[in-house]
Write a protein that binds this ligand. Sequence first.
Ligand SMILES: [Zn+2]
Ligand SMILES: [Zn+2]
Length: 337
Amino acid sequence: MALWLEIALALLCGPVLWLAGAIFFDFVHWVLHALLRSRYAAARALAWPHAVHHQWIDTDLELQWRLQKRNILCHIVPEYLTQLGFTAGVALVLPWPFAAVLAALQTLVFAGILSQRGLDPNHRPVDLLDAYRPGFVPLPAYHALHHAYPDAYYSSYTKLIDGLVGGCAPLRGRRFRLQASESAFRAALEGELRARGAELIESGGRAELEVLVVFGREADLVPEVEAFIAATRLRRLPPEVWACVPEAGGIARSYHADVRVGFRTIELDARAQTSADAALRASRRAISRARRGFHYVHSGTPAEMLRGWRRFRALESEPPAPAARLRHRVEVRAGGL
Ligand SMILES: [Zn+2]
Ligand SMILES: [Zn+2]
């Protein structure tokens, strides 16, 4: 192939290759956390530099300014070197202009992050974190959750790796409450959440809960959801609701775009209530799909899920409260809503 053609193609493919490199780093990132959880000290030592990144912005999302330089050395530089490693692999299989364009793009992004001394859009001090909006691209509010829950939300530019490893909904140690309701699905969901290490909180105030699971028709659930939002409105991390409904409508659609609450709609198939076996299958599907990044979840077959999702997407939003239209959670405090 002529050199000019190779260069033209390399320039054209550059952004896609760059994205592939970023996904490769997300995979390395997931491995680093697996190493940090290892019972072997040598494995933990290998991933130690990444732990510095998490000390720099801790699980309370407090930024430790004294660690800023160390974060650059232990996280930003190794991330860049990992991406250059990916580029070296590209150089083995594609003509050199592809690797050159890719390295140039990676160096540009690296220089940009360095010039901000690590405070890129994903790493800025937050007062009250907004709930992130569902979608395939992780926005800064999504990466902030990785700092709050380091064993989930690994992805940086696309959610591909989180979708594959089930990193979109942490369960272990997370404080859940399941609203009282007599149903086979509720019983099955409770058992499955417990089995995955979730902490089930039966009593006490709403303010300490991380996830509230509600059951019933969506219009009837609004007071409970709004009370949860009100109880957690001054908390740094947004509350999360899983609404298990027989049929999703405009209210659920509206909550999906609501910055005050992370919201998942779990639409139950008719069989989910018929027997313990069907309820168990439905609850496992719901959890698995939530962990893979779906905010609209159908508990039925993949074909039912696809049909349900198409219908859900076409629904018109029906905001249940004036505050559902706010742009940021801090406005709740400012406006006294
Ligand atoms: Zn980070
Ligand atoms: Zn991490």
